[in-house]
Write a protein that binds this ligand. Sequence first.
Ligand SMILES: NC(=O)c1ccc[n+]([C@@H]2O[C@H](COP(=O)([O-])OP(=O)(O)OC[C@H]3O[C@@H](n4cnc5c(N)ncnc54)[C@H](O)[C@@H]3O)[C@@H](O)[C@H]2O)c1
Ligand SMILES: [Zn+2]
Length: 297
Amino acid sequence: MARKPARFSGGARLGVSGALVFRSRAGTGDAAIMHPPLDTDEYDVALEQVANSLSKARRVVALTGAGVSAESGLATFRGADGLWEGHRIEDVATPSAFQRDPALVWRFYNARRANLRTVQPNPGHRAFVELEDRLVKRSGGDGAGAFTLATQNVDGLHRAAGSRRVLELHGSLQRVRCTRCSHLAATDEALPDLPHCPQCGHLLRPDVVWFHEMLPAEIWREAAQATAICECFLVVGTSAIVYPAAGLIDAARAAGAMVVEINPEATSASRRGGLALRGRSGEILPQLMQRLRGEKT
Ligand SMILES: NC(=O)c1ccc[n+]([C@@H]2O[C@H](COP(=O)([O-])OP(=O)(O)OC[C@H]3O[C@@H](n4cnc5c(N)ncnc54)[C@H](O)[C@@H]3O)[C@@H](O)[C@H]2O)c1
Ligand SMILES: [Zn+2]
């Protein structure tokens, strides 16, 4: 499968940056502050408000991050200067790391790929499937654009749960591609420390987006377009410091969407306005679905 050059004018239009980077001080500072932690009654009201918005919205976008997979047992990412599963980010998730020591980088990704075989989607992933089904059904027709799930996760758990319109902004651990030719393949199998291309013999790499690399152009364009016209935007399980993905949150606000954060902790997204539901996505999302079904939680 050939890949297009990774450029994205959609990003430029939305005023978000190109290559994958951390930005710890996000937001323009002009946003209303998200709600502080809610007591039970307030939480209930907020949940109802979000369910209400979801029941009316014709177009919904969700941006998900590592937190959505935390309840499946996958480690989240520890922030700009933390370690990621015992490694410094610059040693395992940048093009220069791969040039310097491809075997180290492959051992890191092979360990994560092996770990994936031991985990399952959790109730949070499954709630997104139900939300998509509901919105697509309600929209009539083919439901195109009713729900878009843009994920920063590379674990494939949204698809494994059954979500259909999934935009993998940062690629997938379940694909490899050649560093030389256009070879791109899906594979769940164990790979050697230095796997080689069956077509040209050059080194393969994981089909994930490393820091300093561009996002896949077409996927980014679709995410930006869906965001620009959505009415409700869910920000779930992400610290919202990895750009350009986190820039979608500002784009959604600019588009007038209701922005809802679901996360146990306040994040960089919390400063930018909207509504926050504090807690685990594997608990809150199913509660939201119950509300949408008309069942009181
Ligand atoms: N599973 C994966 O595919 C995976 C795992 C780690 C890192 N990454 C990559 O690392 C980068 C990390 O950015 P990020 O923002 O996705 O992750 P992050 O680790 O920076 O942030 C995780 C967020 O999830 C929240 N969280 C923790 N448990 C949660 C739960 N049960 N429910 C809801 N939220 C919960 C945390 O409070 C935190 O804000 C991305 O580029 C991503 O590609 C992916
Ligand atoms: Zn090749």
